[in-house]
Design a protein around this ligand. Sequence first.
Ligand SMILES: C[S@@+](CC[C@H](N)C(=O)[O-])C[C@H]1O[C@@H](n2cnc3c(N)ncnc32)[C@H](O)[C@@H]1O
Length: 208
Amino acid sequence: MGRPRGGDKQRKKEHFYQAAKKHGYRSRSAYKLRQIAKDHKLLSGVDRVVELCCCPGGWTQVLKEIDSSLQIVAVDLEVMIQLEGVKFIQGDILDEKIIERIESLTGGTVDLVLSDCSPNVTGQWDLDVVRQISLVEGTIEIAHRLLGNKGKVLSKVFQGPGFHELLQSVRKKFNSVKLIKPAASRKTSAEIYLLAVGPRGRSPHDES
Ligand SMILES: C[S@@+](CC[C@H](N)C(=O)[O-])C[C@H]1O[C@@H](n2cnc3c(N)ncnc32)[C@H](O)[C@@H]1O
């Protein structure tokens, strides 16, 4: 498994690409979140969300569409075109100062952490996977720090070198871990989504 095949022309003809254009979604990736949210009741009991690597904002649009009252803090290296009611931070999710800003904007505890991070690709698959997995490790650390006891984290992961070790480590940190391949994720793509619920090893004083 590796990168999606096919050129730009083929990509533009593709069903989810066309659907996203037609419905005004900023990314075809919006359909992945829509499906996961529906199939896994992702937003049930959720008021506060942190969305890592949010640009151009397709997932953020879906969140607002499903529940306009959600409190969302969204982060990306790039600038996101503003969406009403979303607090946006431009910066690196691996930077401690940015994590502290997320913490201060959320008030410390959230119900859901979302992460659709992809590094700038170098063309060397193994290196791209290592860099993507380090973004997932950063996501898991942020989630462990910010989530309440019943909190959830959904993160894209590239299945490549380091994937199984990552999975083992997430299983130690959360009560349940599932892998999800939504229909909008190309079969030829190595990406998969990891849904982990209930951070372990929290003090009894932590908020639920
Ligand atoms: C596939 S896009 C996310 C698409 C988004 N879910 C949507 O539906 O619009 C991946 C994003 O990861 C961001 N990214 C990569 N590394 C990052 C980092 N270290 N910190 C913050 N954002 C990062 C990129 O800037 C890019 O916007």
